[in-house]
Design a protein around this ligand. Sequence first.
Ligand code: SF4
Length: 686
Amino acid sequence: MSRIRRPSGSTRRSPTVSWSVWIRLLTADCVSRSLERVAVPATIHCDHLIEARATGSSDLLASRAENGEIYDFLRRAAAKYGLGFWGPGAGIIHQVVLETYAFPGAMILGTDSHTPNAGGLGACAVGVGGADAVEVLAGLPWELRYPRRIAVVLTGELDGWTSPKDVILHVAGVLGVAGGTHAIVEYIGPGARTISATGKATITNMGAELGATTSIFSADARMLTYLRATDRAALAEVVADALDLLAPDPAVEANPDSYYDRVIRLDLSTLEPHINGPHSPDRAQKISAMKRADVGAPDAISTALIGSCTNSSYQDMSRAADVAAQALAHGLRAVVPLLVSPGSERVRATIARDGQLELLEKIGATVLASACGPCIGQWRRTDGGAPNTIVTSFNRNFPGRNDGSTATRNMIASPEIVTALALAGRLSFDPRVDTLIGADGIPFVLTPPARAPEVPAQSFVRADAYYQAPGLSSDPLTLDPASERLQALSPWPAWDGRDLVEAPILMKTSGKTTTDHISPAGPWLKYRGHLDKFSDNFLSGATNAFTGEVGVGISALARRYQAAGVRWIVVGDHNYGEGSSREHAALSPRWLGGAAVIARSFARIHESNLKKQGLLALTFVDPRDYDRLGARDRVSLIGLSGMSPGAPIAGVIHHADGTRAPLALAHSYTASQIAWFRAGSALNLC
Ligand code: SF4
């Protein structure tokens, strides 16, 4: 891919940043002194702060009123430093990037774990922490552990009820939530070329659920179709000229086992629709198994939700609308609330123009704002709390993610399957064989949705009104010191050069500890620009291995230690910090006086985030040592001044009964990353 010539004016490395990045940029004094504009093309997107309450238009108005301080700050920051700015209502970052910036051969970084969505259009797109993005914006190099290579060889063709979503739901079941860690997942084979660009994006988007560094499809004619439909015909011609260079090497496709570390083969023609969950996206189940299996979720569905950055393409919405049209023909409507989150204003306005939205609304759907909404917990739900099942076409289903309630079971499926389930109201409904009763009392079986157009016959409606092009404003970028939403930070202090002695264990987490558990979102998102307030949620979603409780009083305890001058550690289980790239999961422990996180293993982005903030991210040499640590034990880390790449770190457990035991710890710090630790953070070195 690197051999393609760069189209004039196109993106070479194009970070897309969340607004939290800018708070740090302000305070990185080395940056604010010297940076006049960002070193690479970059954009800011406002998609996480619009709460689903009633309808898209009224929710957007409410968000503008309540979050105006944030939006205004971001708009001014973009204008000052030369970034593009997509205001609230423009859409979800990944859909906007796919429509506007991604192209085969692009290298894209984004401060969100689902940045690999752009891999559906042949971009190498990687989700990173905010500190990584800030460094790239400042012109510093970006580093990454050299990834393993996993191939998913696709043959055959999707048909009937099966969709691209089912490809990734199946692959998630094969690889699991950590199976893609430190790997690039590449989809090759003739089946890959039968999938639309947006269908490919659904698959690469959810590669984040495997812990993969990124996922990617090679350039093909389907991508050219999408580029042309999104007003990039000239770019499409450049890609078309180089298609032979961008396509997979035939020798590689013929013999992938010789080139990849792992090969997964999948015949699309035999793939069955899946419903994954609850509580983890890799709990893969064929739809036919839902009748038989105890899936751990009530059969009665409480709410159905389609859309999000993962599944709101023109093709997706057309297939969902096909199901809606069939229901209307039989006089039926959804029997449970059906919420639609368009991925972007371009998609929303286009499916409003072309009739898909009207069909969905006629069966009772509520169209929310073109924003993350319930996918990230921005859902003012009034009927939650008790154990209940929701079905979504989202990508992530960790407990508490959607409505803040761990009693809610989120089952993930394609938009067309979710729409069909909304008509039946039952999780065990299999639209391929089960009957619905029409308004005339006559049973009928839905027919599989027709093959839908990949792009509209006319071009997409434009959404230029939501975009502010990069400028260079001379206005000062100031913060109100009394603000409860934005807080200026000072650089973290450098390491004091001393070993860590008898640090208490703030919390030992048990089982799945995602960044959603470490730094829950939902109502907390409004404080994302105010680290002190936001840190009150630290570890409030994680399960305490000592008590079995979920995150009770952890941040308050951390503040007590901090006030007493005591540095503390967190002990984590396997794949600690999986999920979202949420940098706050590393910023909060730094802010609250933490020194180290010792885990059985880490998810890639979170481990990097901890390192960047000057914390120690260590792993047990023997994962069974996790079990040796008790609630009142303390841990010392010895010889930190001699820390070096590849060398273990000596720890000591000080048991509560006064005995001591050695604790062997490993780390993955490079020499430059050790320098970050010594300096107090990576940014302190720029
Ligand atoms: Fe996509 Fe949901 Fe993340 Fe928003 S919160 S970017 S919709 S995965």
